[in-house]
Design a protein around this ligand. Structure first.
Ligand SMILES: Cc1cc2nc3c(=O)[nH]c(=O)nc-3n(C[C@H](O)[C@H](O)[C@H](O)COP(=O)(O)OP(=O)(O)OC[C@H]3O[C@@H](n4cnc5c(N)ncnc54)[C@H](O)[C@@H]3O)c2cc1C
Length: 264
């Protein structure tokens, strides 16, 4: 962005390294790394060799990739296709458009886009900040569930819904990777995990007795460590959230973080 290059400005403030970015195809506020990713240099543990992988060979999806699903190795370099000129890409997220006081699809100076994104993220405790206890989290804990159109129609009228086009690009499966199920003929719809959690009766700040983990006071989608939370505390709270949403709406939420040593 300092060089005036646009295409990933909406990802401002997502904590992490460049190499980890393609692993879960990071995304936020209407942009996803995969839209700009050309390819990666990859040290493949299976062969011990450094190879070039094109983005279309990475099985990128919503917060996932073949790397997250188990293709072992190290991302050594990332090539992005960015736009010169100092203007943002088309604003594709309603809250961001309204913060910038522009219509969806408009462009703004790159620095304005970054500033607005960082402010929006901070209001949800999503920028790492030692002074903000709500930022002591793993980010969004659950992905937004994707359901069929007919299922989405049966949701309450005020449930946020975003129709999505599921276009799995042609690609070579990684060794050991499962063959994906055929995409359904009907289009799919993304629901808001935060809305589902709130409407299933779990409010901001919610915690269990004796637990160090709590729902963020700024955002129902983040589970924060209020001090001394164990992985088991986090998993217990996450499991309660999952159960409540499943009972209320029949939707199973899937965690975005990878679990090591604990089960959900
Ligand atoms: C406050 C907060 C807000 C967040 N907001 C967002 C958000 O808006 N959108 C979003 O998508 N994510 C978000 N996240 C999640 C997180 O920022 C991303 O997953 C990020 O990519 C993690 O980077 P990391 O370097 O910390 O990777 P780690 O968490 O250390 O690693 C993630 C995975 O990638 C693997 N990995 C790491 N580096 C490499 C490499 N070079 N080669 C191969 N594998 C590697 C690790 O083994 C691990 O499996 C948020 C997290 C926090 C804490």
């Amino acid at each position: 962005m300092d060089a005036g290059l646009a295409g990933v400005e909406a990802l401002s403030g997502i904590p992490g390294t460049v190499g980890a970015a393609p692993v879960q195809n990071i995304g936020a506020h209407g942009q996803e790394l995969g839209e700009r990713l050309v390819g990666i240099d990859f040290l493949d543990y299976a062969t011990g060799e450094v190879m070039r992988l094109d983005a279309r060979d990475l099985g990128l999806g919503y917060r996932t990739s073949a790397l997250k699903r188990g293709r072992a190795g190290i991302v050594l370099a990332v090539e992005l296709d960015l736009d010169a000129g100092g203007w943002s890409g088309p604003i594709a997220y309603a809250q961001l458009a309204s913060a910038l006081q522009v219509e969806l699809g408009e462009r703004v100076p790159l620095a304005d886009a970054r500033r607005a994104v960082l402010a929006l993220r901070a209001s949800k405790g999503m920028v790492l900040d030692a002074a903000d206890p709500d930022s002591v989290s793993a980010g969004s804990f659950f992905t937004n569930p994707i359901v069929s159109e007919s299922f989405a129609r049966a949701m309450p009228a005020d449930a946020p819904r975003w129709p999505i086009v599921s276009e799995e690009p042609e690609r070579v499966l990684a060794p050991g990777e499962d063959v994906p199920a055929l995409a359904s003929a009907e289009y799919q719809v993304k629901l808001s995990a935060a809305w589902l959690i709130e409407r299933s009766g779990i409010s901001r700040g919610f915690t269990l007795p004796g637990s160090g983990a709590a729902i963020s006071t700024k955002h129902t989608l983040a589970i924060v460590n209020r001090g001394g939370a164990t992985a088991a505390d986090v998993a217990q709270l996450a499991s309660l959230v999952q159960t409540r949403v499943l009972a209320e709406f029949g939707v199973r939420l899937h965690p975005e973080p990878v679990f090591v040593g604990v089960e959900l």
